[in-house]
Structure formats: C-alpha cells, structure tokens
Design a protein around this ligand. Structure first.
Ligand code: GUN
Length: 299
C-alpha cells in the first residue's frame, strides 16, 4: 500500500518559509513583496482560484492587489493594465488568470509581462531558461515547481538512473515538468494523446506524472510496483451518492486502486493543488529579493 503525500502539509511548510523570507527582506532591505492578480470575466472556478491566491498573498505579508475586470474588457485595456503594473515599483509579481474570455488573445498579454515579474513562469524567457536547464536565473511555472518539491522529498535532488514519464505536453505543465525532471538527471519520456501503448510506456516509470485532464484514466495496472505517482489532474465528476446534482473532484489517476501498487502517491484534492499557490508565493518573494539585489532563498 503506497504512502499518501499530504500536499496541504507540504504547502504549509513552503508558506512558512515564504513568510520567514518576507520578514527577512523587510528587515534587511525595507521591501514588501507585491503581487498583482488580474482576472477578466465571471468564471466562478477562476474567481475561486484568484480569491485563494489573493488571500494567501496577504497571509504571507505581501502587498496583494486584485484587478477584477468585466468580461467585455478590450485587448488594449488589458494590455494597458499590464503596462501600468510593469512600471509599478511596489509590484514584483503579475499574474493574469487563464483562461481569458474568448475575444481576448492571451499570448501577447502574457509575453508583455516583464519576465522578472512573470511569477507564473509563462513568458518565453522563463520557459526558455527552464528548457535550457537554467533553473536559478528565472521563474519556474508554479505547478511543475510544486510537483518537483514532492519528487525531491521522495527521491532527493539527483534522479540519476530513474525513469520518469510525464503524460501531457502543455506549455503550462507537461513541457516544463519534463524539463525539470531532465535537469535533475532523470531519463524522461513525455507521453501524450498520440503515444502508442501508453499503459506500457507508463509501466516503465519509476516516477509517473499524470496531467491529461481525464478523470481516473491512469489505471493501477499501468503503474510499476513501488513507483512514485504524481497526479496533476483536477476533474469534476458527478457524485449522485452525495445527493442529486452533487459532484466531487478526482484526479487523472484511479486513486484507490493505484494506491495498492504505487510506492508513493498524491491525492486529489489535497496533493499538487495546494502546492501551486505555495510556489506562486515563493516565486513572488523570489522576484522581490532579486529586485532588491539580494540573493533569494531556495524553496
Ligand atoms: N488557470 C489555471 N491554472 C493557472 C495557472 O497556474 N496560472 C494562471 N495564470 N491561470 C491558471
């Protein structure tokens, strides 16, 4: 029976070190980290995520600013807001919550954020640094950074000799996750919807990372006995047992069965999810340290 990683506990530890780093920066450089979060439109799930990010920023002792823009905001209005925040000396991190409403083109907006303020790690400069193995010079995308905290806790910093399989090749997660595992010396396979015999590929993994967005797709017999399984999926499925119209969250891994085979496994909810917000806070304090000319701590 696999050990379950408590993501809420690990995230709380990261948050404690962010708070400590914030106090040190204030005491030594009189700088308060500032995070600006932009949300456009009325999507309830996005509002819930953004609210959690803004609250956590306050809890960490940051200046926390939330810009809530109407769904009909124009491309130029959004671009102007990013420009203003780029020039605001009290703001060290800018996050534009995705997805944006359909009439807005997200890429030019993301690429207009100053790379040193891109706490989501989505700017090509930051993505490029991760791709070239420069993990200390830029800002690493929060969800893969959080997943790597789990991997390091189980296997240490050096993954030499271990096979890692990442299912998913998105810019937001799969590509940076594969790059981080590779930088830690794992032998990495990036699998995706066109991969032939995905179960066989997965059975080769000492570290299996699932980010496909399909509820409970990864079955127990896809998992090598004793493997580390990191589940990045968040899927809402009907839960009639909880009452009519009710739903529950599940990951991309069939958790109860997979747990019998895995060595270590992350649950959904309470696994990778809480780590994403914690790493966003870590990136913001890191950006503030760099702006102040002080070497940032590692998280
Ligand atoms: N929407 C879902 N996840 C994310 C994320 O990590 N960053 C941003 N900006 N939007 C998201």
């Amino acid at each position: 029976m696999g050990e379950i990683i408590d993501g809420r506990q690990v995230a709380a530890e990261v948050i404690e070190s962010v708070k400590a780093a914030t106090s040190v920066l204030e005491a030594t450089a009189s700088v308060t980290p500032g995070l600006a979060v932009i949300i456009v439109g009325d999507d309830p799930a996005s509002h819930a995520y953004v609210g959690a990010k803004s609250r956590m920023a306050k809890e960490c002792g940051f200046k926390s600013v939330q810009h809530t823009l109407p769904a009909e905001t124009t491309q130029a209005e959004l671009a102007n807001l990013v420009e203003t925040l780029n020039g605001d000396q009290s703001i060290h991190g800018i996050l534009v919550q995705l997805p944006l409403p359909k009439h807005l083109n997200c890429d030019p907006i993301i690429q207009s954020i100053l790379p040193e303020k891109d706490v989501d790690g989505l700017h090509v400069v930051n993505a490029g640094k991760v791709a070239t193995g420069d993990l200390d010079g830029g800002l690493v995308s929060c969800t893969p950074a959080g997943a790597m905290v789990f991997v390091r806790r189980v296997h240490g910093d050096d993954l030499s000799g271990l096979n890692a399989v990442v299912i998913g090749r998105s810019n937001l997660f799969g590509k940076p996750m594969s790059a981080l595992l590779l930088a830690a010396n794992a032998t990495v396979t990036t699998a995706h919807s066109r991969t032939r015999d995905l179960p066989a590929v997965c059975r080769n993994a000492d570290i299996l990372v699932a980010a496909v967005g399909r509820a409970e797709m990864v079955k127990a017999d896809w998992i090598k006995p004793g493997a580390t399984v990191i589940d990045v999926g968040i899927n809402r499925v009907p839960a009639p047992e909880k009452g009519e119209g009710k739903s529950r969250l599940v990951g991309d891994v069939a958790f109860e069965d997979a747990r019998q085979v895995a060595g270590v496994i992350t649950p959904v909810p309470g696994g990778v999810g809480p780590m994403t917000i914690a790493m966003l806070m870590a990136n913001t304090v890191k950006a503030a340290y760099r702006k102040a000319g002080v070497p940032p701590p590692k998280f």
